[in-house]
Design a protein around this ligand. Structure first.
Ligand SMILES: NC(=O)C1=CN([C@@H]2O[C@H](COP(=O)(O)OP(=O)(O)OC[C@H]3O[C@@H](n4cnc5c(N)ncnc54)[C@H](O)[C@@H]3O)[C@@H](O)[C@H]2O)C=CC1
Ligand SMILES: O=C(O)C(=O)COP(=O)(O)O
Length: 528
């Protein structure tokens, strides 16, 4: 398969992709139409922060299975569009944390001691010793905005250098903050207390412009460090606060627009020191993130779970072998149920009984939903099926019970609306032999395969013969069948495996017979 890599990643990642047999195409300058063209036959796409992966990219990429982000921030990837197109987005959330934290610490020292400014003057032959009187970090207060992986690492490092730590992060627990020696406060308090404020949030609609003029006023004559994302800090307000001498200094690794334009006001002030988004640029970090991303792309391309998928149901790698055999039968049960229901699907319930109830089944439920929607939608997979359910206003419930009546593990998919409900149960015989064992309450033993017909009829002599002869007349060969009935003389249900599609005339002819209650032709190969 083809993996397109549009930002430079370490060779270790490229080698891992090639070793898995993929064709790797690198295109580090690709944009616009060239990017759309290059991605049109790609199965995997790997980016860093330099590529905007927009809806247009997903529209152009019919074969795309996964976008791997060799790093943390995914603000350059339209994840909603990825989900709509059934494409997994996965990042590498661990590999560059230390590098980003070390860079932040370096930037704190660099701004506090004016290292870049003094360096340039000395290179220019000027011994400007008396112009620089720096600030010590020891004994000062560090305000951390966003106490996630990087924020915590920075807090730990600067705590050990004698700083007091206050942090603002509405999504982490007091206990977590305390464990790393940080006091959780609100944003205002963190700004007021901080001598150095460091930003470590993702860029989201909520964090965009989080640090603007008012917040910088609260920081007063402190230092601001941003090695997270450009848009979190208002650059014009920052430049103005440095210009008017309010802020002592700032150190920025990231910018709202990258590469930073040469006429940015941020470049006009010596007190604002800048690096070109170097936080993750260490050999170790790049090797880590490239390897982790390549592994995830390789996994996705063979249908295995993706460890850090951001928009797909996740499965713990160690649990996957136990869950994997149920993925297909869940999808099949969903497909059969959806095709048997009369009218619109309003609810889907997926029930797990027995051993399978002990497992993390998020992916299996998503596969059942894939089965439910596949007869109705073109591009549905386990990534976008939950979203499709939400978009269509379909209520999805999942339930588990450790008790199983007749099977070691049983998966039931029920689709329903106000007027009707159909339940299809599936299991695995001998560990891996998929079977449909109940349809709408009837015990059957059907091998889910290709094309099937489900008939409901009164239980009386000659009906099966009638069905067989009508099928035969229309050239439909019956490959297998399983018949079940409520009670002698009551209603019966028969599942047939057939070798070809059942023409409408055959269905009509059967439906004309008063002994036939219903005939459903079901295909397990995508759309009906
Ligand atoms: N300069 C560089 O090269 C690098 C930049 N980064 C960036 O650093 C940032 C942090 O990365 P991680 O720590 O790994 O992410 P993370 O997801 O582990 O942590 C982010 C933290 O921000 C918090 N947060 C979210 N919204 C918030 C809000 N409105 N106010 C306050 N806190 C909020 C979250 O609760 C979370 O604890 C990301 O933007 C990432 O892209 C990461 C690595 C390298
Ligand atoms: O991992 C992140 O979030 C980073 O910002 C690193 O970006 P990069 O991979 O160096 O473009």
């Amino acid at each position: 398969m083809k993996v397109l890599v549009t930002d430079p990643i370490d060779d270790a990642g490229l080698d891992a992709l090639r070793d898995a047999g993929h064709e790797v195409e690198t295109g580090y300058e690709l944009e616009g139409e060239d990017l759309l063209e290059a991605v049109s036959d790609a199965h995997g796409l790997i980016v860093r922060s330099g590529t905007e992966v927009t809806e247009e990219v997903f529209e152009a990429a019919d074969e795309l299975v996964i976008v791997g982000r060799a790093g943390i921030g995914v603000d350059n990837i339209d994840i909603d569009a990825a989900t709509d197109h059934g494409v997994i987005v996965a990042n590498a959330p661990e590999g560059n944390v230390r590098a980003a934290a070390e860079h932040t610490v370096a930037m704190a020292f660099a701004t506090a001691r004016s290292i870049p400014q003094a360096h340039i003057r000395l290179k220019d032959g000027e011994w400007a010793k008396s112009d620089y009187l720096g600030a010590e970090l020891n004994g000062k207060t560090l305000g951390v905005v966003g106490l996630g992986r990087v924020g915590q690492e920075v807090a730990k490092k600067l705590d050990s250098l004698g700083m007091d730590i206050v942090a603002y992060d509405p999504y982490i627990s007091e206990e977590r903050a305390q464990r790393i020696g940080a006091e959780l406060v609100d944003l205002e308090e963190s700004l007021k207390q901080a001598d150095f404020l460091t930003v470590h949030t993702p860029l989201t609609p909520e964090t965009e412009g989080l640090i603007s003029e008012d917040e910088l006023d609260m920081l007063g004559d402190g230092y601001l460090i941003n090695c997270a994302r450009g848009g979190v800090v208002d650059e014009d307000a920052l430049a103005a606060k440095v210009e008017d001498g309010t802020l002592a200094g700032a150190a920025l690794d990231v910018f709202a627009e990258e590469p930073l334009s040469a006429d940015s006001p941020l470049l006009e002030h010596d007190e604002i020191i800048v690096t070109p988004h170097l936080g993750a640029s260490t050999e170790a970090a790049q090797e880590n993130v490239a390897t982790s991303t390549a592994e995830q792309v390789n996994a996705a391309l063979v249908g295995e779970p993706v460890a850090n998928a951001l928009n797909a149901p996740s499965i713990d790698e160690s649990a996957f072998p136990r869950v994997e055999p149920y993925i297909d039968i869940a999808e099949t049960a969903g497909k059969v149920a959806a095709q048997l229901l009369e009218g619109r699907i309003e609810n889907v319930e997926v029930t797990y009984e027995g051993d399978i109830a002990d497992e993390d089944v998020e992916f299996v439920t998503a596969s059942a939903l894939k089965g439910v929607f596949e007869p109705l939608e073109w591009q549905v997979n386990a990534v976008n099926a939950p979203q499709i359910a939400e978009d269509r206003g379909v209520d999805v419930t999942e339930s588990k019970t450790r008790q199983a009546e007749d099977f070691q593990s049983l998966i039931s998919v029920t689709v329903s609306n106000d007027d009707d409900a159909v339940t299809v149960d599936g299991t695995l015989f001998a560990g891996d032999d998929p079977r449909i064992v109940r349809v709408d309450g009837y015990r059957v033993d059907a091998i889910p395969h290709g094309k099937m017909v489900v008939t409901r009829n009164t239980d009386e002599p000659g009906v099966i013969g009638l069905i067989g002869s009508v099928m035969g007349k229309h050239g439909v060969n019956i490959a297998g069948m399983f018949n079940a009935r409520e009670a002698h003389g009551g209603e019966a249900l028969t599942v047939y495996n057939v070798d070809s599609e059942v023409p409408d005339e055959a269905k009509a002819e059967l439906n004309d017979d008063e002994r036939i209650i219903g005939v459903n032709y079901i295909t397990l190969n995508g759309q009906s």
